[in-house]
Design a binder for this molecule. Structure first.
Ligand code: RM4
Ligand code: NI
Length: 300
């Protein structure tokens, strides 16, 4: 298998970090490296295969790769990203203090290998990445230290801006924000709200209270609305069956889906679809074609 070498990308032995923009990232075959890599997706989308698992990446995703990870970019569509390459045992200042802010080194659940940033956070990173790119190109010792400081700043910023998956290290004031991001990012999966409360350091009752104060709705009803919004879009833009759409939107029971739909919209999913078709007959043509080369069941 293709193995990318430090010597191809790093100028000098003293260089710890290198910024490699990929605008665009073209399809890239399966490979490993002898360096580590942080990948920040700034726009577009594509299929990323990591250790045999395909994952659909898009704008705002961040991924940490270890040297021994095998990965490839397939089916790219205007995918733009920034690769930040660094040496695992490089000269990083105080590595032990930075490690907790890098993604877990173990394989863990595949979804935990990807972080999501908001558009605003992504934009906020630009000056930092530009400064890092500039400093990492300069040969003098002061610039090398500066590049390391900027790298540390970048890692901690990514960690702060990510959609957290648990309450570890979260300030109490940031927890609700992360609960909301968590729900928005995971609503198509089964979600046990009591478990979410516990993950983010709340009792179930306390979460409902804090949530209602901030959003004027309950976590349950918020989740149902996220799911309904996705289902409405799928009804308008795809030919999938109502049951398929219900399941893909996170409802585990199509009766409950029909009930919630009617309650919110006063109509049935079938009628909603018919009405949308008759007022916008071309809407169905906008549905995305399924990827050709990736086994879909692995990716939903
Ligand atoms: C490639 C691709 C690879 C990365 C190299 C540095 O275009 O993004 O993943 O390892 O660049
Ligand atoms: Ni790579």
């Amino acid at each position: 298998m293709l193995k990318l070498q430090v010597s191809e990308f790093f100028r000098a032995a003293s260089q710890f970090v290198v910024v490699e923009p990929r605008s665009p990232q073209v399809r890239f075959p399966l490979h490993e490296h002898d360096f580590y890599e942080i990948v920040i997706v700034s726009s577009g989308n594509g299929w990323h295969v990591l250790n045999d698992e395909p994952h659909f990446i898009s704008c705002g995703e961040v991924l940490f790769l270890r040297a021994e990870d095998r990965h490839a970019f397939e089916e790219v569509d205007q995918l733009h990203l920034t690769n930040i390459l660094y040496r695992p045992n490089g000269a990083l200042l105080q590595p032990d203090r930075i490690r907790p802010y890098l993604q877990p080194a173990d394989d863990g659940a595949i979804e935990r290998r990807y972080w999501q940033l908001s558009d605003g956070a992504l934009l906020g990173l630009e000056p930092l990445v530009t400064a890092l790119a500039r400093e990492s190109l300069k040969p003098d010792a002061a610039s090398a230290v500066m590049a390391e400081c900027l790298f540390a700043q970048l890692v901690v910023t990514l960690w702060r801006d990510r959609f957290a998956t648990d309450a570890d290290h979260l300030a109490p004031s940031a927890r609700l924000d992360h609960v909301l991001r968590y729900l928005r990012h995971n609503f198509t999966q089964p979600i046990d709200l009591d478990e979410v409360a516990e993950r983010f350091g709340y009792s179930p009752r306390n979460l409902r209270r804090v949530f209602s104060v901030a959003t004027a709705t309950t976590p349950h009803s918020y989740l149902v609305k996220l799911r309904l919004a996705r289902a409405m879009r799928a009804l308008r833009t795809t030919d999938d069956s109502v049951t398929e759409i219900a399941l893909a939107s996170g409802f585990n029971d199509s009766n409950y889906f029909a009930y919630s739909f009617k309650k919110l919209l006063g109509t049935t999913p079938f009628r909603y679809r018919q009405d949308a078709r008759s007022s916008a007959p071309r809407a169905a043509e906008h549905s995305a074609a399924p990827p050709r080369r990736v086994n879909q069941s692995l990716t939903q």
